[in-house]
Design a protein. Structure first.
Length: 191
């Protein structure tokens, strides 16, 4: 099968996520409540903003562009104060633990042997339309070409992104920034 979009994302979708390594593995071994407390006490939201917008992590590309049609994850500036720090931590370290409604992946196997994975834009009688990571335009797949459809599964957010951070401190800064953005909304995210 050929994956359109990101082959790694589809392979993770089908077989499950690979085990964490490095920093991510060390952080996952810590109690999320302890990490949340450390982020509140030691985290720097300004440094966290730099981490969030770092190209290696691609956080901002999927979570804060303000355009629902282009997002592959929830707008973190609009999740609100009710989301706990522990939830933020677990969502980063285990992206598939809880997938926000509307961001569940859909995988389509087509009659020509291709596999297309993305987020559902439209489910129509004549087919489906998916938003695919890495593609600017949604993909329309006619019903006649769909051999199999799988809804749900592994999050489109890849595991291992935390391993792109330099240190635990970067992670704490990131969590502190996300807490501020969740509490203060889009205006804080733009600042």
């Amino acid at each position: 099968m050929i994956a359109i979009g990101c082959p790694l994302l589809f392979s993770l979708f089908l077989v499950g996520q690979s085990p964490a390594s490095g920093l991510e593995k060390r952080l996952a071994a810590e109690d999320p409540a302890d990490l949340a407390k450390a982020a509140r006490e030691e985290g720097d939201p300004v440094r966290g903003a730099l981490v969030f917008h770092a190209p290696a992590l691609v956080c901002a590309k999927c979570h804060l562009n303000g355009d629902k049609e282009g997002m592959f994850g929830p707008d973190l500036s609009r999740i609100g104060k009710d989301v706990t720090d522990v939830h933020l931590i677990e969502s980063i370290l285990s992206p598939s633990k809880v997938i926000t409604r509307g961001f569940e992946p859909v995988a389509i196997a087509t009659s020509d042997g291709k596999t297309i994975t993305g987020l559902l834009v439209a489910d129509r009688p004549d087919g489906v339309v998916l938003r695919i990571p890495g593609n600017d335009q949604p993909a329309a797949i006619p019903k006649a070409e769909i051999d199999q459809r799988r809804d749900g599964g592994v999050s489109l957010m890849p595991v291992g992104l935390v391993d792109n951070l330099a240190s635990r401190r970067d992670f704490l800064d990131l969590i502190r920034y996300l807490r501020e953005v969740a509490d203060r909304g889009p205006a804080r995210a733009r600042k």
